[in-house]
Design a protein around this ligand. Structure first.
Ligand code: ZN
Length: 231
């Protein structure tokens, strides 16, 4: 089927793309904010790099843990839904057939055709039909906690490494401005890549990512400055 007709829809890519862009975006923004904030408090270069590296490690682990917990609970919910559906199919197959029929009627089929579609799909794989059309669980959407956790940690680390490298190569006096400029450039690139892969507007993607990143860095640098002069 797909060989005859390829439209190249992007919706299947949205899941991992969203996670990858989010991870890298978080890594760039939080690490560069941390670096700029510590540098604004007039710390030496080794303290700045140490803070940035600690931020990378802490952020990657917390992203992995957060993603694991959230995707696991989604997977638990899906598993519980499927188990209940399997029970219902065994206990009351007639009611379940009616239920599937009414789903297809609501989607616009005539009652007779809806009945026939429900009957044939039930004969083929009743649980798959209910999972897909009643619970909206498919192979594509099925939650994978470990994969999501590792992907988040990896993309966060890649994002966090970029401002860290910029801080490493920049001379100390130019460090805040250098890290900020490099990070905004990375964010713009990331926004463009994400928009392109998702088939959305590139300008919109770039502006959105750069605006929020710049805001986060400005606020953190301000906080660093206040605390740097206060202590
Ligand atoms: Zn059902």
């Amino acid at each position: 089927m797909s060989r005859l007709h390829r439209e190249g829809h992007n919706i299947g890519r949205i899941g991992w793309l969203r996670a990858a862009v989010l991870g890298a975006n978080d890594g760039i923004v939080s690490t560069s904010s941390l670096i700029v904030g510590v540098a604004a408090a007039a710390a030496g270069k080794s303290e700045v790099l140490l803070a940035g590296f600690a931020g990378l490690a802490a952020g990657a682990l917390s992203m992995a843990a957060g993603e694991y917990v959230s995707v696991s609970s989604q997977a638990d919910t899906e598993a519980a839904d499927l188990a209940r559906e399997r029970r219902e199919l065994a206990d009351m197959p007639d009611l379940e057939l009616d239920e599937l029929t009414s789903i297809y009627r609501n989607r616009g089929l005539t009652p007779e055709l809806a009945r026939e579609v429900a009957r044939q799909l039930t004969a083929k794989d009743a649980l798959a039909a209910h999972a897909r059309d009643e619970l909206a669980i498919s192979e594509l959407t099925a939650a994978r906690p470990l994969q999501a956790a590792m992907a988040s940690a990896a993309t966060f680390s890649v994002g966090a490494a970029l401002p860290l490298v910029a801080a490493w190569v920049a001379p100390l006096p130019a460090l805040p401005i250098g890290v900020t400029a490099a990070s905004l450039a990375f964010l713009a690139l990331l926004g463009a890549l994400g928009a392109r892969a998702g088939g959305a507007s590139i300008v919109k993607g770039v502006l959105r990512v750069v605006f929020w990143g710049a805001l986060a860095m400005a606020v953190t640098a301000g906080v660093g400055k206040i605390f740097g002069t206060a202590v």
